[in-house]
Design a protein around this ligand. Structure first.
Ligand code: ZN
Length: 279
């Protein structure tokens, strides 16, 4: 199993330039690049060719762009921006060999029915998938574990991904989000595991359903998320894509980035190695 880290883990204490150096030094297999802040900041003083050259000469590789947002319920200009953002990620991805884009659906759209959400999310992901497919780019639906989020459980995201009927549309399974809205382990056991494109690894404080936020995340293994249940089920089903640690905890941003990524890696390896062979 390959282990990556999402740059959210060091939003408050590092840059893409530093994340690349540290990720390589610490032996991570993959990095997920944040497109809303760290990539544009990096490109103020570097070029996409610099990034491509880094990856050509390094062991660490790009896993995904994070995040295409908000994918759904936009007005015409907003929808065009999503298409343009995707095309930009495809263009950069073609140069650095990054072939996964993670999308997140909308928050706070007022009350929408599950049918309205499914119809809109399928419509948009099919449209984006058809743009991405000729480039070999896959799209993930990342459900988010909060009541106001339009797609907030694993089973809902998986139902939508399957309804898209596109080989290049799947789901990001973030363990915090899975826990936070009480996604069902039975749905994970029953799912088509080939539709799980990426796993985000993290843990969480023991809060009631719907009460937490990303900031309540903890180092993997230190919290209330049933990581053994999730990872054990994924292993049993033959999951073989990457696992990427993703934390958003402000107190971790107080640490030097190297210490933060070192602890994240050690904690991740301890949990993942109970179910997968690392490397
Ligand atoms: Zn995530």
């Amino acid at each position: 199993m390959k282990l990556g880290f999402n740059e959210a883990t060091t939003i408050g204490n590092s840059t893409l330039e530093q994340d690349l150096v540290l990720g390589e030094k610490l032996g991570y297999d993959y990095i997920e690049i944040r497109t809303m802040d760290k990539l544009p900041e990096y490109l103020k003083t570097h070029t996409v060719d610099d990034l491509a050259n880094f990856f050509k000469t390094s062991k660490i590789k790009p896993l995904a762009f994070n995040t295409l947002y908000p994918v759904t319920f936009n007005d015409a200009a907003g929808e065009q921006k999503i298409v343009d953002d995707l095309k930009y990620m495809i263009e950069v991805g073609n140069k650095i060999d990054c072939k996964v884009v993670i999308g997140v659906c909308n928050w706070d759209q007022g009350i929408k029915t599950k049918t309205e959400i499914k119809d809109e999310t399928v419509r948009m992901y099919q449209k984006l998938a058809d743009i991405a497919a000729p480039h070999g780019v896959k799209l993930c639906i990342e459900f988010c574990g909060a009541p106001v989020h339009t797609v907030n459980t694993f089973e809902q995201a998986m139902e939508i991904a399957e309804a898209c009927n596109r080989d290049n549309v799947g789901v990001t399974l973030d363990c915090y989000h899975f826990h936070a809205m009480n996604s069902k382990m039975a749905a994970l056991e029953a799912c088509d595991v080939n539709k799980v494109f990426i796993v985000h690894l993290d843990d969480a404080e023991d809060l009631p359903v719907g009460q937490g936020s990303d900031e309540n995340r903890l180092w993997p293994g230190d919290g209330a998320v049933d990581l053994d249940g999730i990872l054990g089920t994924l292993a049993k089903k033959g999951y073989s894509n990457a696992i990427s640690v993703e934390l958003f905890r402000p107190e971790y941003y107080q640490l030097p980035a190297e210490e933060c990524l070192t602890i994240a890696k050690q904690k991740s390896e301890a949990v993942v190695s109970r179910h997968f062979t690392l490397g």
